[in-house]
Design a protein. Structure first.
Lengths: 333, 292
């Protein structure tokens, strides 16, 4: 609060402070990003694309863990299912990449519904965590063993992506396609979280029993939250298939899971800004320390510990403190 | 086919003993603090590496290095609980789980930074031998591991059921506030038990390092099997953890031999998922689900 008056503020000023600032200014960010490929060399462009690719992955994860408040570790399963769906549709059915984005999201969403089954059976807390963890590892086993479709542990080469007949053969072409997708995902998730769905998620997160007592159909919202999370992460998987061009089961292991955890923990649980911020930090930083195996894990581990101890709402809370536009408020007090 | 059953059972029990020990070390920390340590696997890994450094790099005698590694891990567990978990203990469950996960993540990174991705092997301090009883082969590894775990089990049984410490553990598990009211120092107790869990994990880590190659990633492998054993036996139950570990070890061998070797890797995952879906409280556990 810059310049908070020492005397009691007038009622009008209070109202003004409560009103959320117009968020149209956010459009400046993609506008400023548009000329970015002019300055980046191919490797830097690849890293920029990697950041964009992880944005939906972080957002979907954050909806389940941060907004719904469920300790679900199945995000890498959604991610892998999305990536393999996209890859298999391109390789076996010859579909162009753009046509696989929605099916990849749908399969991710379906996996999300499946992962919500234990939560509906009343499995919570670390029981849910362990079970969803097992689900993710089981999927990795499926990628390895279902060789005719997934190519086994050798992996699968994915054809070059294309968008409506326009070939995405260079990193900068992918950048624009990814940017458009990420904008759609962010706006859609923002709308969802600011609707009664988002408020129901928050109610479930703060007190599930009270939410149920107030007549919120908690089961339905839990399935929906998982399905949306899975859908968005599945889209991220399709982007991954387009970006790296080669899918191997090792890309979807527990190390990947903890990396995705680092995104939402560092960025800030339950915050859309946090998902994006966390993605930038977690994806771009390791590229600086490629020659030191283990350094990235150590650094992120220590960073998460520090964030939990001193910034429980993540790095996004620093941004929110700096300017109210970054505040994630889904309801009026 | 069936004639191999005794052999499979023997090697299943030997592996299961190790799982039982790991599940038991996780249960000790869980019962004391009601927090599941998602970084426990990496504590086990660090314990194994500590014994490697002490014996191979520093050249200490094995028994001495073993004890020293256990002591070091006790201190590590005590310090992480006191310094990192205790400040947020009143916070949401999510941050506690994340904190444990992050500590494990940092430990794994530190191990990778120091020893790289290659595998190391801990030399056995005893001759590698095998004994035949009838048609069943017992290896020295089987006997050493099983013997060690049995001795530890007996000691733990005494601690939990005969000494006053066992009563304190039970009191804190039931109600922390009540325990504090009758004069138990709950904080010190939490840190101590977290340390004890890590120390027991270190024993598991050293025994594990005798039979599998050591790499920074064995922590994950350990954690998953420990969880599966705990789930099967029932979360928080000490006999459950032991029985769950033994059953898991036997199931891995039987499924791997009679069905297909591809099932060895996923037995733990299947067990976890099926038990939590069908009987979430496991064999001996308390209620585990929330009904609305």
């Amino acid at each position: 609060m810059k310049g908070a008056p020492s005397t009691a503020p007038s009622a009008a000023a209070q109202l003004n402070a409560r009103r959320a600032p117009s968020r149209r200014a956010f459009w400046l960010i993609p506008a400023l990003l548009l000329p970015l490929p002019l300055w980046l060399d191919p490797y830097q462009q690849y890293v920029a694309n990697l950041v964009l690719m992880y944005v939906p992955v972080g957002i979907g994860f954050n909806v389940v863990v941060g907004n719904l408040g469920l300790l679900a570790f199945s995000n890498v399963a959604f991610f892998g299912i999305g990536a393999y769906t996209s890859g298999v549709l391109m390789l076996k059915l010859g579909l162009p990449w753009w046509a696989t984005i929605v099916p990849a999201g749908m399969m991710g969403g379906l996996a999300g519904c499946l992962a919500s089954v234990p939560a509906l059976r009343g499995v919570r807390l670390f029981y849910l965590a362990i079970m969803t963890l097992a689900f993710g590892e089981l999927m990795r086993w499926v990628y390895i063993r279902w060789e005719p479709v997934t190519g086994g542990s050798m992996g699968m080469a994915v054809p070059a992506p294309s968008l409506l007949g326009w070939s995405l053969d260079s990193e900068s072409h992918k950048f624009y396609a990814f940017l458009a997708l990420v904008i759609v995902v962010i706006i859609a998730t923002d709308r969802l979280l600011r609707s009664r769905f988002g408020r129901a998620f928050l109610a479930i997160k703060s007190n599930e029993e009270a939410a149920a007592a107030m007549g919120i159909p908690t089961d339905r919202y839990i399935v929906l939250g998982f399905a949306w999370g899975g859908f968005v992460v599945g889209i991220g998987g399709a982007m991954y298939a387009a970006l790296v061009g080669h899918l191997t089961p090792t890309s979807f292991d527990l190390t990947e899971l903890i990396l995705q955890f680092a995104i939402i923990m560092l960025g800030g649980l339950g915050s859309l800004t946090g998902s994006v911020l966390g993605t930038i930090i977690v994806t771009a930083l390791p590229e600086l320390f490629r020659d030191l195996p283990g350094f990235e894990e150590l650094a992120f581990g220590v960073m998460i510990v520090l964030v939990i101890l001193f910034l429980p709402r993540g790095l996004a809370s620093l941004l929110a403190r700096a300017h109210p536009i970054f505040r994630d408020r889904y309801y009026r007090e | 086919m069936l004639s191999l059953l005794p052999q499979l059972l023997v090697s299943g029990v030997a592996t299961g003993m190790l799982y039982a020990l790991i599940a038991l070390s996780m249960t000790v920390a869980y019962r004391a603090t009601t927090i599941v340590n998602f970084g426990h696997g990496d504590m086990v890994m660090i314990g194994a590496y500590a014994s490697y450094v002490l014996t191979v790099t520093l050249g200490l005698p094995f028994a001495f290095a073993f004890v020293l590694a256990i002591a070091l891990l006790f201190i590590l567990g005590w310090v992480t609980q006191r310094g990192l978990m205790q400040p947020i203990i009143a916070g949401p469950h999510l941050s506690l789980a994340m904190m444990a996960l992050a500590i494990g993540y940092a430990l794994r990174g530190a191990a990778r930074l120091e020893w790289g991705n290659g595998v190391l092997s801990l030399p056995r301090p005893y001759p590698q031998a095998a004994f035949m009883v009838g048609s069943v082969v017992f290896t020295a590894d089987d006997l050493v591991i099983s013997g060690f775990v049995l001795v530890l089990l007996a000691a733990l049984f005494l601690v939990f059921h005969v000494t006053p410490i066992g009563k304190v553990i039970q009191a804190v598990f039931q109600t922390q506030r009540g325990a504090a009211l009758v004069g138990i120092n709950v904080r010190a107790f939490h840190a101590g038990m977290w340390g004890a869990g890590a120390a027991l994990g270190a024993v598991g880590g050293v025994l594990l390092a005798l039979i599998v190659p050591l790499s920074p990633d064995i922590g994950v492998w350990t954690l998953v099997r420990g969880f599966a054993a705990m789930t099967l036996g029932g979360f928080g139950s000490l006999p459950g953890a032991v029985l769950g570990g033994l059953l898991l070890g036997i199931m891995e061998k039987l499924l791997g031999f009679y069905v297909s070797t591809v099932f060895i890797d996923i037995t733990a995952y299947l067990v976890t998922i099926l038990v939590l879906l069908i009987r979430p409280k496991g064999l001996f556990g308390q209620h585990a689900t929330l009904r609305l």
